[in-house]
Ligand binder design. Structure first.
Ligand code: GLU
Length: 310
């Protein structure tokens, strides 16, 4: 006979793991520092914490500030890439798929490779994705928001003009990257327009529930109603595992074993193929630029739920 204390259904078990993992993440968050790279984000309270788990069976579990939209920053690179792959499954040939030891904003790496980005999750690759979305879709920000809203058309997803302007005024490194790309003839659209769209895309705000649900198609192995073909889903997950977590990909593969994407706003989304997704928001970042609290929470949840691709 089951006792009251023993969770019986899968959803109850996952909820118990989520609550344990969230506490673990909150404890770890005090070891990090909120990023000041974009001045408008420097004042986000360090104590914010939200976690959501969405499963392919349709369950959505969440805790903390999970209704509050946050600046998704580089998480947008993942969704913008998927929008492009819907239209151009061979876009990889132009944006690359290999890992790099250089920082995500390295101008030198791009220059060394004659204007060829390493992958879509470093800034040069993401800026090329935005450029191609201008060519194919006209409105990269709108198209990326569209994919984020695909599960819930009423989800609160917008681009924060204040954050986009703040990055426009201070984003010299991204501006340099765009100029190097243009110098090598890689961009198809005017530099200023590409940067404006790229900053607008990074400034998208959404909550952890929306992101966890919107990323579910990357965990879907049935192929039913998936916006991407099967090969693209497999490739996106592979490149997330090798390049989604800045310089910490090897560490995260060893500790957690899930494809994941990180952003300087403190968000991380992780994919467990065949099972579901996890999204955590906790603003303080560790030395690699990943949310300290989000990594700890995802690590604990993955351990308890035995979610790993290995
Ligand atoms: N907008 C930021 C940039 O392009 C995003 C950085 C990040 O989240 O990794 O530098």
């Amino acid at each position: 006979m089951a006792t009251c204390a023993e969770p019986s259904t899968e959803a109850e078990r996952l909820t118990a793991h989520l609550n344990t993992a969230a506490k673990c993440g909150q404890r770890a968050s005090i070891t990090g520092t909120v990023s000041s790279q974009i001045p408008a984000l420097a004042a986000v309270p360090a104590t914010k914490f939200a976690m959501a788990v969405a499963t392919v069976d349709g369950a959505l579990l969440h805790t903390g500030d999970s209704a509050e939209p946050f600046s998704i920053q580089s998480l947008s690179k993942l969704f913008a890439l998927c929008v492009l792959l819907q239209q151009c499954p061979d876009a990889w040939l132009e944006i690359g798929w290999g890992p790099t030891n250089a920082g995500y904003g390295s101008v030198a790496d791009l220059e060394r490779n004659n204007g060829r980005p390493a992958n879509p999750f470093v800034n040069s690759g993401a800026i090329v994705v935005t450029d191609r979305l201008i060519t194919h879709r006209g409105d990269p920000v709108g198209a990326t928001i569209g994919l984020l809203r695909s599960v819930d058309p009423h989800a609160a997803v917008t681009s924060d003009a204040r954050v986009a302007l703040s990055e426009t005024l201070t984003g010299h490194r991204n501006s340099a990257i765009a100029h190097v790309l243009a110098e090598h003839g890689v961009l198809q659209n005017p530099i200023d327009h590409v940067l404006q769209q790229y900053f607008g895309q990074c400034a998208i705000t959404a909550n952890v529930q929306t992101i966890a649900r919107a990323a579910l198609f990357l965990a879907d192995r049935t192929g039913n109603n998936n916006p991407l073909d099967e090969a693209s889903v497999r490739r996106v997950n592979a490149v997330l595992l090798t390049s989604g977590m800045y310089g910490a990909a090897g560490d995260i593969a060893y500790r957690i074993g899930l494809p994941a994407k990180s952003g300087i706003g403190g968000g991380i989304v992780a994919i467990m193929p065949g099972r579901g997704t996890i999204c955590v928001w906790s603003p303080p970042l560790d030395r690699d630029g990943n949310s300290a609290g989000a990594i700890a929470a995802i690590e604990e949840f993955a351990r308890l739920a035995r979610w790993s691709v290995f």
